[in-house]
Design a protein around this ligand. Sequence first.
Ligand code: BEZ
Length: 211
Amino acid sequence: MALRLGDTVPDFTQDSQLGPIHLYDFAADSWVVLFSHPADYTPVCTTELGEVSRLRPEWEKRNVKTIALSVDSAESHKGWIGDINETQNTTVDYPILADADKKVSDLYGMIHPNALNNLTVRSVFIIDPNKKLRLQITYPASTGRNFDEILRVIDSLQLTEYHSVATPVNWKDGDDVVVVPSISTEDARAKFPKGVTEIRPYLRITPQPNR
Ligand code: BEZ
């Protein structure tokens, strides 16, 4: 059955260019971004994997580990990483799962045969430290993902997790946020000393608490 938000994600051990990766051990207490791409030595994937590598300080700031996946071999990944490093001006140091037997692709539903026969599409899974699935998105092979958007979602998820606020339409880091419905306005005023503006009883705005 397809994975749904809030599900505990399935654990696995799979080979990578860095050796076997056991998901739960690798993740430990971190958030994880697990993302698949169609194939090694392809142009869009080359730019994506380079960008994820260049964003390393942003992942670290948020306690996030990244794992890529395609159905190519670890040897193929090693050769391709040389190209990524050279052309994208970076050093890829995160694991790229070598899912040649499609164990993880099948477990996570990353192969959409009517879109791309026998190869993984561009899936993204954000997994929290309790191993719960918090976001899942799927892009077609021809569209490179926007990893700034993935970081923005992680910021939003972490604001909800650690500060009990949600983020409104088109929110960017530093913008005002909204108080979650489960908190009364009275409790919100005590919890958010920067102030709470009640536009409607169900629509309460407060400055971003961790800024
Ligand atoms: C790419 O990564 O460039 C790509 C892969 C499969 C289909 C189309 C583009």
